[in-house]
Design a protein around this ligand. Sequence first.
Ligand SMILES: [Zn+2]
Length: 300
Amino acid sequence: MVKVLDLHFQGAERVIASFLLKTPQGPVLIETGPESTYPQLVAALRAEGVEPEAVRHVFVTHIHLDHAGAAWRLAELGATVYVHPRGAPHLVDPSKLLASAERIYGHLLKPLWGELRGIPPERVRVLEDGERVDLGEVQVQALETLGHASHHHAYLVEGLLFAGDIAGVRIAPGPVLPPTPPPDIHLESWYASLDRLLALRPEALYLTHFGPYGDVEAHLLALRQVLEDWAGWTLGRLREGLDLEAMTPRFEAYWREGLRRAGVEEAGMRLYELADPPYMNLQGLVRYWQKHHPERLREG
Ligand SMILES: [Zn+2]
């Protein structure tokens, strides 16, 4: 029922996925990828015998550009875009999102992520936690799963969990790593989301970065472990008084060593870097500690 569409982000395989479900109500997409890979999305749909105009329902896990950047393109063709309540205003008016992306990416914004336009409000449908969308014989249920972003849903479809970024990044045969970019990282929420997914016991996790995994429990526990490790590492360096600039090369070396120990070679590291850049992970974790636990920075 599920087709994993590889969007060949930056010419690479297995970095960003979109998922096609064929339902009695026609083709449905979960995740759109960025606008920069929209031509690849269209090509991948056509390879499945689906014209982009035929897609009436598009679910995005959150509004980060690698997940929802092309949603406006499909809305322009008549699709309804389903999103978390806090994500919806930014789909309608992406100016704030764009400004913050510009601060991060500068002149690389457009080459990396493409163009971003607003979606007419009547094409955006907000989904509350637990809400189900009935698509004939198929139901899609939204599960609020915060921690990576403050506007994140995972989607449960027939026991399969489309996890967005909450279940991490794993590019087989490599390990699972958490995407922890600024500004929303909140570890307590993330751990609660992982507990929720563990209790749910889905049959498989479909990761946007990248693809399906059946070893759900081991995967989620491993992710929690890496989150704790990275957060602890970052707190340790902050307590030593290091600033972000001094910390970055050290974190990159630590990141690289972790992947190397897990058996990932240079080419694989490049894919992880494209999907989940380590310097950005460090920025998000530093911000988390400074914003949510400033008292911990001063302890012995
Ligand atoms: Zn994200």
